[in-house]
Design a protein around this ligand. Structure first.
Ligand SMILES: Cc1cc2nc3c(=O)[nH]c(=O)nc-3n(C[C@H](O)[C@H](O)[C@H](O)COP(=O)(O)O)c2cc1C
Length: 243
């Protein structure tokens, strides 16, 4: 069984969609291929992979309460492609949005479901995830913390000759616990959807979010985006982007 994961975020790297696709891959058996859909140059490779895909998992951001326009443009070409080639893969969708409520992805899910009907392919449901930006930040923070943990572990091991009992692990584990807690809703739903993908069965639409109360999320998001605006739209992305 071949599953094609399509990362529809227009970002080159570190998108929430790529993070969620990677998580979903952990729970899916069989041959797995991940492709990026960013513009028209990706169509040929995508159609090639779609020829023998049993399952397609679309991972995308919510834009203005709907699908990103480049995904709609792809759907226009994909519809006749599926019909003319008689292809009927199972399609699942992982949508994420910046605001806290995952249910805001409902309209996006309906568009994807309608597309499946028009293209004659099997709509099997999906997960709408709120707080996508913040979830993405939690994984970047965990990656940095893990890198620092291994560096400290290595340095102290080389200096003292002891590679255990350094105390660094005790400092890292609570951070990993917080990461798992904030991502618990996402992990649970992606695990459940993975079980349905493996059985090629209907999952339906489900919504979850980062597990923090809105009254904490909103001020944190306000501060985050205020700081981001000082760097013209992105800390690293803003500095590195071609002006
Ligand atoms: C043009 C644009 C429109 C957006 N519209 C919405 C929206 O309507 N509702 C929302 O909650 N988030 C919205 N967002 C936030 C994205 O959904 C959010 O940043 C998401 O995590 C990006 O996913 P990605 O990293 O996979 O691209 C928008 C972002 C952009 C750039």
């Amino acid at each position: 069984m071949k599953t094609l994961f399509i990362n529809c975020s227009p970002k080159k790297s570190f998108s929430a969609s790529s993070y969620l696709a990677a998580f979903q891959r952990l729970f899916v058996k069989g041959e797995k291929v991940t492709k990026k859909l960013r513009n028209k140059t990706d169509y040929a490779g995508m159609f090639q992979e779609l020829q023998d895909a049993d399952t397609v998992v679309l991972c995308m951001p919510l834009y203005v309460d709907g699908l990103p326009s480049h995904v709609l443009a792809f759907f226009e070409e994909a519809e006749p492609f599926f019909l003319e080639n008689g292809l009927r893969p199972n399609l699942y969708c992982i949508a994420n949005n910046g605001f806290i409520e995952g249910r805001q992805n409902e309209s996006l899910m309906r568009v994807v479901e309608n597309f499946c009907q028009r293209a004659g392919i099997n709509w099997q449901g999906g997960v709408g995830i709120g707080g996508g930006v913040m979830l993405n930040v939690t994984r970047v923070i965990l990656m940095v913390q893990a890198a620092i943990f291994f560096a400290l572990y290595l340095i102290s091991g080389i200096q003292t000759g002891k590679f255990w009992n350094t105390g660094y692990l005790a400092a890292f584990l609570p951070n990993a616990g917080v990461f798992l807690f904030l991502n618990a809703g996402v992990i649970s739903f992606l695990l459940l959807m993975g079980l349905h993908i493996n059985k090629a069965s209907f999952f339906g639409k489900h919504y979850t979010r980062i597990l923090i109360p809105s009254l904490v999320f909103v001020p944190c998001a306000n501060v985050f985006f205020f700081i981001l605006s000082l760097f013209q739209g992105g800390l690293f992305r803003g500095w590195l982007a071609k002006k």
